[in-house]
Design a protein. Structure first.
Length: 378
């Protein structure tokens, strides 16, 4: 019979473990999900939260289930590192303080804390007591890349649940099976979403995101003939497109605040507003990661064609433009362009202006591929 854990694609052992945990009622206070990016840890965490919070263990139809599925439940909190290199001590202290507060709507609270491999010693020390003995009704689900990359003091206080790495070809097959999209579109979506099946599923089901991918590819194809003004305009358009989905997220947040404003205390509303701001930051990071992932996948396809392996190109629907770019460049130049993408990711992680990052990135790619002078290096 279908259940909430069916959405944890590519992880049969994890699905069965979580089902057994919920059905027996033997739910620990803290779990550490370990696995590389794209292994579906976040989706599993939300599915687990839904099964725990719902009186029918994840019915999918009640208010709690609906809010968790939309990532809008006030008692299911998601956190990611606020600092450029990891969690800040102040951020962890805020989590600890929040965990002491009563739930807003439900009988329990669930904290999903991502990238705990970026939790340093000082930040971890502020968290250990809460992790070991949280307030009754509080469930901590920690997500990390590998067990060894997480501090032993954190690991020892959690039940560790390992996630397997899902091979790219298997991820594509799962996406095709669950969405009905063509194989080439599934492969492109997996690349755009950093290997994440849950995000790729949302991506292929969104005409707007698929159209944005096409826009990014067309900008890249046009760089070889673009002048400086063309590049600046294209960068501006990409920034607008990257931010466009955030308008819908903000509108939904505002509607939910209006619906709840009459019966929630002012202090609770402030907490929800703070969470909404955090959610916007998370969505922004996701969309920016998609932008640079699409750019990176196009450059890798150019590299494949340069090396005579066009059959390995992911963006098959853009092959003509990829081949045209490959005819005018070399593997060495493409490698320089790929490093520019990595530098842009690092700059955005340090909160450098998005507009500036994309401007510089497009100029760097144009210069690297075609040896066209970039104005920011004058």
């Amino acid at each position: 019979m279908p259940d909430v854990f069916d959405s944890v694609y590519g992880q049969p052992k994890v699905r069965e473990f979580l089902r057994r945990t919920v059905s027996t009622g033997r739910i620990s206070h803290a779990y550490l999900f370990t696995g590389l990016a794209g292994s579906n840890k976040t989706q599993a965490a939300y599915a687990f939260a839904q099964a725990v919070m719902c009186e029918r263990h994840g019915c999918g139809t009640c208010d709690d289930c609906g809010r968790i599925q939309r990532r809008k439940h006030p008692d299911v909190r998601y956190f990611a590192p606020a600092g450029a290199s990891g969690y800040l001590v102040e951020q962890v202290r805020d989590i600890v303080a929040d965990a002491e507060l009563a739930p807003i709507r439900a009988k329990r609270k669930v904290y999903i804390i991502d990238r705990v491999d970026l939790l340093g010693v000082h930040a971890a020390n502020a968290f250990l007591k809460t992790l070991e003995e949280p307030k009754p009704g509080v469930l901590m689900i920690l997500l990390g890349r590998t067990r060894d990359s997480v501090l032993p003091t954190i690991v020892s206080r959690c039940q560790v649940v390992p996630f397997r790495q899902i091979p790219a070809h298997e991820a594509v097959g799962i996406l095709v099976q669950n969405t009905g999209v063509a194989t080439d579109k599934a492969a492109a979506a997996i690349q755009a979403c950093g290997g994440s099946l849950s995000k790729a599923t949302e991506f292929v089901r969104s005409p707007e995101r698929m159209a944005y991918r096409r826009q990014v590819l067309e900008v890249l194809e046009g760089l070889r003939g673009a002048d400086d003004l063309d590049v600046l305009k294209a960068a501006g358009d990409l920034v607008v497109g990257a931010k466009a989905p955030l308008d819908a997220v903000r509108a939904q947040q505002e509607r939910e605040l209006e619906e709840n404003a009459d019966f929630l205390a002012a202090s609770t509303l402030r907490r929800i507003e703070a969470r909404n701001k955090s959610a916007i930051s998370m969505h922004t990071a996701d969309y920016l990661a998609q932008l640079t992932s699409i750019i990176r996948s196009w450059l890798r396809d150019v590299l494949m064609v340069c090396d005579g392996m066009s059959n390995l190109a992911i963006n098959a629907d853009a092959l003509a433009g990829i081949e045209a770019a490959a005819a005018l460049t070399s593997p060495e130049r493409v490698s320089v362009a790929l490093r520019a993408v990595d530098e842009a990711d690092a700059a955005m992680a340090y909160n450098v202006s998005l507009e500036t990052c994309i401007d510089v990135l497009l100029f760097d790619i144009r210069e690297a591929l075609y040896e066209t002078h970039s104005p920011h290096k004058a």
